[in-house]
Design a protein around this ligand. Structure first.
Ligand SMILES: Cc1ncc(COP(=O)(O)O)c(C=O)c1O
Length: 441
């Protein structure tokens, strides 16, 4: 099966030059840090282009809408890339929608997801031109119907269901199992369908949505998801006489954070999904399928790297050696949040044979601010640069200003050129929302 970018630890263009210095997108990483500062997020255009192209090829004979899950990494530049590549967006907040809107994104090509959309967000989404909602719960259905009635419009909806499928990933990134905070349980589907049919006349029920979880390495779960969705569609047709044609099978494809990870090729997922669609649509008599997918992590994860500068180090007597870098949990919360593992390398190749066991920690005031635990690493000195791979998804998008540290810049590289897509935060921006009330003056 053709290898796809998500099966690499490193961005596709990442290599060492003749001096052993790491380059990406034709740019020397140490030069990028000199120019744009440290820490630095770098995205490789070629890797993103390669994986979206593979998605398109893997599903080329299917009526499929590919929607990039913006939660993985959202900026105006990524909206431009996705629009250019023919991908839509899966958004979950008015902030994500606004970013897309202001970037000039085609808002008709967005699905609005989320388990607790506020009334204001629903209104904004409609005003900005969103035409497809994935309705997550009873309150949202009622609110959305009320707003659409006021506006005298009918909106297309999918029902997010919890398909009761457990995938083998971290508990915090499983979403399709029973007892999930997301979506309608299968026993609640009849009630919501009846409400839409009989009461919520401004909702146009088009189909069903399920998302199983993230960082999935199996393919069988996609077959199971398609089966549950189409079987549910048959049941709805038999019980309520409503024919559903649109099915959103979510995202979830895994990436290779370390050599131990074995993510599958996008083509393998394509085969399983296409076979399942053919089989179950035939078996359950569901016709004219329109399919949506919402990959996030695998579109941008491998493309992104974070470069840090080494600062202090500490050898605990008879214990660990800690190397501290100038970033950490505020630019990458994943190790602290769910023990995510990473691959890191020195940017310059010096001393590569002289290794020691170290724990690479961040600069933030939490003992859990550990980026990489007990790893064999070349001996470092202050000012050495360390590159963490696979930080393109759920790092910048989950970043914070913890300890009032400024957020790093984000740079896009392509063919030897590097351009800023998010400027490094400034102190002015840091305090821009602070106010000192009169009572304190
Ligand atoms: C509804 C939905 N769709 C898509 C995604 C994207 O998942 P991934 O980044 O694993 O592809 C998520 C992530 O949590 C999600 O909740």
């Amino acid at each position: 099966m053709t290898v796809t970018a998500n099966q690499n630890v490193r961005p596709l263009t990442c290599k060492r030059d003749a001096n052993g210095d790491l380059t990406v997108g034709g740019c020397k990483i140490s030069d990028l840090v000199k120019k744009f500062g440290s820490p630095l997020y770098i995205y490789d255009y070629e890797t993103i282009h390669s994986i979206v192209t593979d998605f398109k090829k893997a599903f080329k004979d299917t009526d499929i809408h590919m929607m990039f899950a913006a939660k993985a990494f959202m900026t105006q530049a990524i909206c431009k890339i996705m629009q250019k590549e023919g991908f839509g967006l899966d958004c979950v907040s008015s902030g994500e929608l606004y970013t897309a809107y202001i970037s000039g994104f085609d808002m008709k090509n967005i699905v609005f997801n989320g388990n607790n959309k506020t009334e204001n967000e629903i209104r904004q989404a409609i005003d900005w031109g969103v035409e497809l909602f994935s309705v997550d719960n009873f309150l949202e259905a009622e609110l959305l119907n009320k707003i659409c009635a006021e506006k005298n419009i009918k909106i297309n909806v999918l029902l997010r269901i919890t398909p009761g499928i457990e995938c083998h990933t971290h508990e915090y990134i499983q979403t399709g199992q029973n007892d999930s905070k997301f979506g309608f349980d299968l026993e609640q589907v009849d009630e919501i369908v009846s409400l839409i049919k009989n009461k919520y006349k401004n909702l146009n029920l088009k189909g069903l949505h399920a998302h199983l979880g993230s960082q999935i390495f199996e393919t069988q779960v996609y077959n199971d998801a398609v089966k549950v969705l189409l079987l549910e569609a048959k049941r709805i047709k038999d019980t309520h006489g409503i024919e559903l044609e649109t099915f959103n099978i979510g995202g979830g494809a895994g990436i290779k954070y370390t050599e131990a990870d074995k993510p599958v090729s996008i083509y393998e997922i394509g085969e399983v999904v296409k076979n399942a669609l053919a089989k179950y649509s035939r078996e359950y008599g569901i016709k004219n399928l329109h399919i949506y997918m919402e990959p996030g992590r695998c579109i941008v994860g491998t493309a992104g790297i974070t470069v840090y500068t080494v600062g202090s180090s500490k050898q605990v007597p008879n214990g660990r050696k800690y190397i501290a870098v100038d970033g950490g949990m505020a630019d990458n919360i994943r190790p602290a949040l769910y023990q995510a593992d990473y691959t890191a390398e020195l940017v310059s190749q010096k001393n590569t044979k002289d290794t020691e066991k170290v724990t690479i920690v961040g600069r933030y005031c939490e003992s859990g601010d550990i980026l990489l635990k007990d790893t064999d690493f070349p001996k470092t000195e202050p000012d050495d640069l360390i590159c963490f791979y696979d930080t393109g998804a759920y790092c910048y998008s989950m970043s914070s200003n913890y300890n009032r540290v400024l957020k790093p810049a984000v740079v896009l590289v392509k063919d030897g050129e590097a351009q800023i897509i998010v400027k490094r935060q400034t102190f002015e921006q840091l305090i821009e929302s602070d106010t000192i009330p009169e009572m304190l003056l």
